[in-house]
Design a binder for this molecule. Structure first.
Ligand SMILES: [Zn+2]
Length: 72
């Protein structure tokens, strides 16, 4: 999945904007939300993924900061 983020300065906007790009399948657990394992007694347990916290999905939190452009 690819996201294209379009940004443009807003006359009344703040200097810092936060955008989210969501709906990405978690790459660590491949969208499973965790990992099956055994606890040493032969019981099957499920270890939640620490990247997506068991949701199977991740999102990007993108902070956009507007500032004076002295170089162009
Ligand atoms: Zn995950």
């Amino acid at each position: 999945m690819k996201h294209i983020l379009e940004i443009s300065p807003d006359r009344y906007g703040t200097r810092t904007e936060i955008r989210y790009a969501s709906g990405f399948t978690c790459p660590r657990c491949s969208g499973q939300g965790g990992f099956p394992d055994t606890n040493g007694h032969g019981n099957r347990i499920f270890i939640p993924c620490d990247l997506c916290d068991g949701t199977g999905k991740v999102r990007a939190n993108i902070t956009v900061e507007w500032e004076a452009d002295y170089e162009s």
